[in-house]
Design a protein around this ligand. Sequence first.
Ligand code: 13P
Ligand code: SF4
Length: 305
Amino acid sequence: MADRRGNSLEERILKLKKERNAVILAHNYQLGEVQDIADFVGDSLELSQKAAKTDADVIVFCGVHFMAETASILSPDKTVLLPDAGAGCPMADMITAEQLRQKKKELPGATVVTYINSTAGVKAESDYCCTSANGVKVVAQIDNDEILFVPDQYLGDFIARRTGKEMTLWPGYCPTHVRILPEDITKRKREHPEAKVVVHPECRPDVIALADEVLSTSGIIRYAGREDVSELIVGTEVEILHRLKKENPGKKFIPASEKAICPNMKLITLDKILHSLETMTPEVKVPEEIRVKAKAAVDRMLAIV
Ligand code: 13P
Ligand code: SF4
């Protein structure tokens, strides 16, 4: 909504962003208008790299809670704002730090690899972090036959197959990606026989088995830009189509399932971004003793990619 002087919501956000010396980071699943106002849009790995490097005083994180926590872990001196404090990741909440401590007692020799979609408390109990973009690379270089992977069983299964390593998998999953079924892919392939199929590694193994490529969200965007790709069936959260279409006019993108919507990602709106910059809330700050331990796991990952 415009203010009394006729400034649009976008103009008001950009003005305040400048005054606060803030940077707006957005995940590829954010609403189109949020992506369009952001300084940077990316996948979890790229967003954590940006958060580690920015010289802004304030990071407005348009994503979910664990992503804002990762920014706080890497940039403790900056104010990290998550415009809706309720924007969580249900998969990240499928394991607690206490549950991980118990599991580690059962597997004392295991190296713990934790998907970045996890709480700071869980990261603090881990040896390595990884994202969907670098999970295979991180696990491949671990010199231990005993690996415990948490919390996503499907990303874990994908990494185990690609690396040939046996891993103990925590039974977590993404409620959004499991809505994509193998029959959705076969139906789409029938409708679009020329199209390539790309899916996110959070998808079920029987969906992954039907894909030409399995990639992180930004990996999907890079793949779509290739000259030999003109029609693409996309097996991940539907909002990624905003960027795919914007960056590839003339190409055809088909969501594998219209049901793949992450409601938490949709909680961030332009109104809430403006309110967040006005009030400098809600702030996400990881307590120092957890932050230091969690940072070690994130840094081990960043040293590999
Ligand atoms: P990416 O790191 O591939 O962007 O995935 C994050 C995520 O939450 C997928 O559901
Ligand atoms: Fe979490 Fe799934 Fe939403 Fe990604 S899409 S933030 S894994 S619930």
